[in-house]
Design a protein around this ligand. Structure first.
Ligand SMILES: [Mg+2]
Length: 245
């Protein structure tokens, strides 16, 4: 008798294009505040935002300070009178604009549709680090939710990948054994390390850099360069380890 197989997909840069949605959201709030959005401003935001998230991780600023600072500096740079602005509202307008504007990686929806078609009993879950509203909104706005059996978002869980606690909550939630799940993701440090920490099979999607070295270090089971490869890997894994009745 076959056992239930479960695909645990990372979201950003595995199925959705986070950066494209971020750019749309930024353009919307910058233009709503009477400023001109361009690539230079986008590059400034990306760099400063990264620095601020590192500050938050170190505990030197709060989330609220991060949200206010990133938009205060961004809008001051294009000439807005920041003292007149409600920066927290602008931050939430940005998150809202992003969540309404999910962007698919080309071929991702077709992959999920093909998997559901070929393996109708397989379950598909999202395992993502990030903010719940942002992730769920982007999933819904792209129609990916039609193929999903559940979502596990770190903000909800209170713990991030690669923590074993994250995947313990996922496995308990699904009610599955680890051998019947495979983690698919683009990130070594969250997805592949998380799978390794929890003893889960893994597939590294769109690998880059010294692939052989990383495969060894993170105990990666499979790699896939594109959605065609990924479909073949996942169907092979599902049917070889879990023969169809
Ligand atoms: Mg990712």
């Amino acid at each position: 008798m076959s056992r239930q197989v479960n695909f645990l997909f990372d979201l950003d840069e595995t199925l959705l294009n986070f950066h494209a949605s971020e750019k749309i959201g930024l353009r919307e709030v910058v233009e709503a505040n009477g400023c001109v959005f361009d690539d230079e401003l986008y590059a400034f935001f990306k760099a400063r935002n990264k620095e601020l998230w590192l500050e938050l991780e170190k505990g030197t600023i709060t989330r609220e300070e991060l949200f206010k600072t990133r938009f205060g500096e961004l809008l001051a740079r294009c000439g807005a009178d920041v003292s007149m602005l409600d920066l927290l509202k602008i931050n939430s307008d940005f998150i809202s604009a992003m969540s309404r504007n999910g962007v698919l990686l080309e071929g991702s929806r077709e992959l999920l549709a093909r998997l559901k078609d070929t393996l109708p009993d397989a379950l598909i879950f999202i395992v993502s680090n990030g903010a719940t509203v942002n992730a769920l909104g982007r999933i819904k706005s792209t129609g990916l939710d039609a193929y999903l059996d559940g979502t596990f978002i770190s903000e909800d869980l209170g713990v991030n990948k690669p923590s074993p606690e994250f995947f313990r909550i996922v496995l308990d939630g699904i009610g599955a054994h680890k051998d019947d799940c495979i983690v698919v993701g683009d990130s070594l440090t969250s997805d592949m390390k998380g799978a390794k920490n929890s003893g889960l099979p893994s597939c590294w999607f769109r690998p880059t850099g010294d692939i052989a070295c990383a495969v060894e270090e993170y105990g990666i089971d499979f790699t896939a360069d594109n959605f065609e490869d990924l479909y073949d890997v996942l169907v092979e894994w599902a049917t070889c380890n879990h023969p169809v009745k």
